[in-house]
Design a binder for this molecule. Sequence first.
Ligand code: NDP
Ligand code: 2IT
Length: 449
Amino acid sequence: MKDIMDSIKEKDPDQKEFHQAVMEVVDSVKPVLDRNPQYRKANILARITEPERTIIFRVPWMDDRGDIHVNRGFRIEMNSAIGPYKGGLRFHPSVNLSILKFLAFEQMFKNALTTLPLGGGKGGSDFDPKGKSDNEVMRFCQSFMCELFRHVGANTDVPAGDIGVGAREIGFLFGMYKKLSNEFTGVLTGKSLNWGGSLIRPEATGFGCVYFASEMLSTAGESMEGKYCLISGSGNVAQYTAEKVLDLGGKVLTLSDSSGYIYDEKGIDRKKLAFVKKLKNVKRGRIKEYADKYKDAVYTDRDQRVAYNPLWDHKADCAFPSATENEINHIDAEHLVKNGVRLVCEGANMPTTPGGVTVFQDAGIFYAPAKASNAGGVAVSGLEMAQNSMRISWPRKEVDQRLQFIMKSIHQACVDVAEEYGTPGNYVNGANIAGFIKVVDAMLDQGLV
Ligand code: NDP
Ligand code: 2IT
């Protein structure tokens, strides 16, 4: 185990986020390797931590003034043992190989947990869509797809959205793919409804996350009814997490963006949430404007010099981090526990640092790792692929029921596997081991490729 971590760190010393994601899985699966000598013999850890293919490319584009820019494009094709590579595209200035490799690595196990035939991948660019016009975003997406199209396909690699990539970007990417390939196929998910998208895909990650939280609470005979919730982010995942919390009778106190957060002691109700959706999805404004409109809310700027995020320092029952990686460190985790939070359910990918995870586990609260709790998004992407293959579209209720069933199955798998390996209630071990076994067994079946 130590050898594999040493070798990964030696090969790519700067890829800290990737090391972090691998370390957590390696820790969880040690007893699995002890029980199954065939995995060590097959050197499975070395194989599973090396992407099958890494594509890096130049993305030149022209802004509205006629100036030319160059960004870097990436696609990590991590693992195709159980299906075509599948995972989102992230457009954000922080994007680099370490971040995309951690995301692709997590995605491989998450996709295995969904019960659907999906391999793992992730991609994106260090392009920042913030402040760009629709035309600039379109030209960027077209240039990005001019290279990516030769690597993806409905049966090969099926990208989707992630941070900075939503319905608008998926539309521009799809248009260029269709033109270059002369094919109308389900090569991307998160498409708009009138040209191949699935009902419930926009809602799926947030809804799925709250379904997962409800499953955890139900093991203690409780529900979301009356629960006070802290949510970070105000993008796709945060918005639909808030919506489902409201559906199930909970109260939403916070939302944020990278500039700061709002705390609304009266609660963010449906009307206020509709304002946030318009503010973020149409106007592309800042969350600060919420406090300009609703005077009960307090806005606090994010001060990067402070070692903790005050958003997590409020009295509440549940926390749904839904912005980005490592947004809850051990100090934030201590604040949450001190404030009475009994459930943390991750909407974002790897939002809790290893120190934060230890705090939650020592406190014995419900803690759901992202690869289990946010799998609803990619699960409905899998359902979108199924509908595209059949050239039909299922009604909203049917997709939502399938999503609920999948989240319930993932929850049950985590509970059962954690128990089988002697760590009952440890959803981290449950998710890592269940995902790992499914992927590596498929790899062994398919020989040394
Ligand atoms: P969006 O782009 O819709 O929203 C992202 C939100 O997070 C925005 O409010 C953004 O603020 C904030 N944010 C982004 N980066 C940072 C940062 N470095 N610090 C503070 N805030 C930040 O993305 P999504 O909602 O789709 O994604 C949110 C998280 O959920 C990500 O971790 C993503 O990987 C994960 N996820 C997404 C899925 C999906 O289906 N979309 C599925 C599963 C997981 P600002 O506007 O200021 O940048
Ligand atoms: O992290 C994720 O699971 C996503 N961004 C969604 C991926 C997908 O293919 O729908």
